[in-house]
Ligand binder design. Structure first.
Ligand code: GLU
Ligand code: ZN
Length: 321
């Protein structure tokens, strides 16, 4: 049986900018952050800045300040304190405890290699589908340690059947998480909390009503919805934005347009030329060098063109004179 859904509160829009300090922010980030900001501000809503830095191996602490400076350089602002995930792990700890206490999650001692030996990678991201080896195996993480001598991770019990993601721009799409991903990790064996868990916990804590982000995270929304249900949190409205492509329809690469905002900043580029490109790509014509506030009047994310945003050589030349 499906858990009862928690409904989204009526009230102002709350959205978030959620960079991960794993690399420099590029033009795609500038576009999704600006559109998220416009969506909230055009409705008198709030914007939260959250640094998603729980992946200790991939995150670089110096990039936290760079990301903040990039966002300020674009002329975007946010409300309240910046939430830096690594500074307070207690909310994720509590969420894991709650999932365990409700029987929604279980301890798993399997290594990646063990899982790889059992199943084929799924198409989406090359991860292995977890076959459920440890479901019903251990009474608790402590029991897992006692019985196997190994630290355990924690997996969400994924109900069979498909999960419907309703996207405000893309319409509805179903994902069979059980068949494609299986019971997925909310905490790794090394103790690190998974992105899927942290994002759901923080969206809940910050009262996020609208998630505006790149299309590459569309399939993650299905896992996040399962976690929201298991934790009794409301599902926000999702707006997955088509990714930015070069003039040939390829993802931006290092050679073609995948430029770090910090590089543009250092080269003395006027951030309003970046906003000008973002505005054109969103069918908002407010001149070549708009300020963020110039884009607010009448802004409606629903009118965003559904084709991928293009970054042409002419756009690039305008950005880098
Ligand atoms: N931190 C993630 C990223 O940079 C974004 C997560 C999200 O928007 O849900 O890709
Ligand atoms: Zn296992």
């Amino acid at each position: 049986m499906e858990a009862p859904r928690t409904t989204l509160p009526d009230g102002p829009v709350v959205t978030r900018l959620a960079p991960s300090p794993t690399g420099l922010l590029h033009l795609g980030h500038a576009r999704s952050f600006t559109l998220a900001w416009l969506h909230a501000r055009a409705r008198g809503g709030r914007v939260v800045l959250r640094i998603e830095d729980l992946d200790r191996e991939r995150c670089k602490s110096e990039l936290v300040d760079t990301a903040r400076a990039d966002i300020e350089w674009l002329g975007l602002d946010w409300d309240g304190e910046v939430r830096v995930q690594s500074r307070d792990l207690a909310p994720y700890e509590r969420a894991c405890d709650a999932l365990l206490a409700r029987g929604e999650a279980y301890a798993c001692t399997c290594t990646r290699a063990e899982i790889a030996a059992l199943s084929a990678p799924h198409a989406d991201d090359g991860e292995q589908r977890y076959p459920g080896t440890c479901a019903g195996r251990f009474a608790s993480p402590a029991a897992a340690l006692r019985e196997t001598g190994r630290a355990s991770g924690l997996r969400l019990r994924v109900p069979p059947g498909s999960v419907l993601v309703r996207d405000e721009l893309r319409g509805e799409r179903s994902f069979d998480v059980a068949a494609e991903v299986g019971d997925f990790l909310v905490r790794r064996r090394d103790g690190a909390f998974a992105y899927q868990l942290a994002v759901v916990v923080d969206d809940g804590l910050d009262g996020v009503t609208d998630v505006v982000r790149g299309d590459d995270l569309f399939s993650s929304a299905a896992r996040q919805i399962l976690l929201q249900r298991a934790l009794g949190l409301p599902t926000p409205r999702y707006w997955h934005l088509p990714l930015v492509q070069d003039e040939h329809g390829a993802r931006l690469s290092k050679r073609r347009g995948d430029i770090g905002l910090a590089d543009l900043r250092r080269r003395g580029v006027d951030p309003r030329t970046v906003l000008g490109w973002i505005a054109r790509s969103a069918d908002l014509d407010r001149g070549p060098r708009p300020a963020p506030a110039d884009l607010l009047p009448g802004f409606n994310l629903r009118r965003l063109p559904q084709s991928p945003a293009r970054l042409s050589p002419a756009d690039l030349a305008a950005l880098l004179p």
